[in-house]
Design a protein around this ligand. Structure first.
Ligand code: NAD
Length: 471
């Protein structure tokens, strides 16, 4: 297949959807209704920059409105375009459905290289973008709730929230118009790490399923498994850090914009991240081999390959040479449809993006719930749980006739704080969704791989909502 014939990101998402829909019994036309992007708005606005005017182009797509609000990140990237936004919005619809968060899918992007602007300029641009979205009914806690994505972060989310609050001073739920805010500005503990943490929980769950492990020609636990990670940004950094520190995995290679570094004995993620922030690149990181054409390292032997940078990095061109046993899609759309077919034939197990990177939207949901309830998680029950722990200690001690060990007492006395509850809710979500996806595959002989199963689960759940609305 020539380069020109390769499918776009949007086509890949739609083809995966069609493959799953054809395995399900749905009323005529319903699959098309679910797949079609309801609306996409292109916005052009001028911002005064350094004494002149610069025109910016942004998009916000609302893929579905079968439930509201619609939810999805905002990306700042020089290569952003409308089709990419539509593809990402569609993935959001399926993702929310897979992890049972009551949102429809949306996505936004601004065609901009954020590195070229000062903080003050970025604030100005972001506030203008928020005004444009608000003006067109594309922002609000009950309508459309953005979040961070590639090139955006907490600070930008707080500018959007602040702008919305100024425009709607009487909206008591205004803070819930955007998620991924700093904790002191209505955010929730654990949101920054959430997508990477979700990747860790998803991988941990995979390792609990012995049949899935053997399908991937793997065995044992995550400990000592060789991992290659592409993209040491928000998602890649947190996933790699937790897998290394808590599961004992070895991060043997990191691919970044300037190239890749390899050390078969393992790279220290915090050290690499520090080096990258100081030098703006990974080249030159001590005790590692640098490879300029970083994408080649996707083909390096490893147990788990985690693409965590961007879409379309594994295509029909390199898929035949991938040597990983498992691909854990932390990024959105890293594997094209053709590559997916090749990898499936080769028996390489793929944990799909629509499930694996859903930790971000799951914890965004918790943040939104916190904003709407106006109370932090744990405030009502933490001391109550501690008091119950004290009663249990007293009962045990009187039963055994001696005091419990201090460490046991400490554990029984600790009531949950916000981050404990957020992580617990996220872990539960990732574990339940994994089993539901697997169940789709096991119960339908037409479904041959986990991505199709994930899409089928999403379509089934959304179809049920449509069918109950129209019956
Ligand atoms: P980010 O901007 O924080 O990090 C991206 C990283 O990838 C950066 O370190 C960048 O230098 C690197 N990178 C970019 N292009 C590269 C290339 N060609 N080769 C190697 N490295 C490259 O972005 P992020 O928020 O971590 O998002 C990464 C991916 O995860 C995207 O696909 C995004 O849509 C997806 N995602 C993000 C979230 C979230 O909560 N942030 C949630 C779900 C999915």
């Amino acid at each position: 297949m020539s380069e020109q014939e390769a499918t776009t990101f949007l086509e890949s998402v739609d083809l995966c959807f069609n493959r799953a829909a054809s395995a399900l019994k749905l009323p005529k036309g319903l699959a098309r209704q679910i797949r079609t992007c309801n609306a996409i708005c292109e916005m052009k606005f001028g911002v005064e920059i350094q004494g002149g005017y610069e025109i910016f182009t942004g998009w916000r797509a609302t893929h579905s409105e079968h439930v509201l609000p619609a939810k999805g990140g905002i990306r700042y990237a020089p290569f952003a375009d409308q089709q990419e936004v539509e593809a990402l919005a569609a993935l959001m619809t399926y993702k929310c459905s897979i992890v049972s968060v009551p949102y429809a899918g949306s996505k936004g992007a601004l065609k901009i290289d954020p590195k070229k602007y000062s903080i003050e300029e970025l604030e100005h641009i972001t506030r203008r973008f928020a005004q444009e979205m608000d003006k067109r009914g594309l922002l609000g806690p009950g309508i459309n709730v953005p979040a961070p994505d590639m090139g955006t972060g907490q600070r930008m989310m707080s500018w959007i929230a602040d702008e919305y609050q100024k425009l709607h001073p009487s909206d008591i739920n205004a803070q819930g118009c955007v998620t991924g805010k700093p904790v002191h500005f209505g955010g929730v503990e654990g949101r920054v790490e959430a997508t990477g943490r979700g990747v860790q929980y998803g991988l941990q769950e995979f390792f609990r399923h012995k049949d899935d492990l053997s399908s991937a020609n793997l065995e044992g636990t995550l400990e000592g498994k060789k991992i290659i990670i592409q993209g040491l940004g928000n998602v890649g950094y947190h996933a790699a850090k937790f897998l290394q520190e808590q599961d004992g995995a070895l991060i043997i290679a990191i691919l970044e914009r300037d190239g890749a570094i390899i050390n078969e004995d393992g790279l220290d993620i915090d050290e690499v991240s520090k080096y990258k922030s100081e030098h703006g690149k990974v080249e030159g990181f001590p005790n590692s081999k640098f490879i300029k054409s970083g994408n080649q390292v996707l083909e390096h032997p490893c147990d788990i390959l985690i693409p965590a940078a961007m879409e379309g990095v594994i295509t029909h061109e390199n898929a035949p040479r991938i040597q990983a046993k498992l691909i854990a899609e932390a990024a959105n759309g890293p594997v094209t449809f053709e590559a997916d077919q090749i990898l499936n034939k080769r028996g390489i197990f793929i944990i799909p993006d629509a499930y694996l990177n859903a930790g971000g939207v799951t914890v965004s949901y918790f943040e939104w719930l916190k904003n709407l309830s106006h109370v932090r998680f744990g405030r009502m029950d933490r001391r109550f749980v501690e008091a119950q722990g004290q009663k249990i200690i007293e009962a045990i001690e009187s039963g055994i006739g001696k005091p419990l060990a201090p460490i046991a007492k400490e554990k029984l006395l600790a009531g949950p704080n916000e981050v404990d509850l957020v992580r617990s809710g996220l872990e539960d979500t990732m574990r339940v969704a994994y089993s539901e996806i697997k169940e789709q595959q096991l119960s339908n002989t037409k479904i041959e791989d986990r991505r199709t199963a994930a899409y089928a689960l999403a379509i089934r759940n959304i179809a049920d909502i449509y069918e109950s609305m129209y019956l």
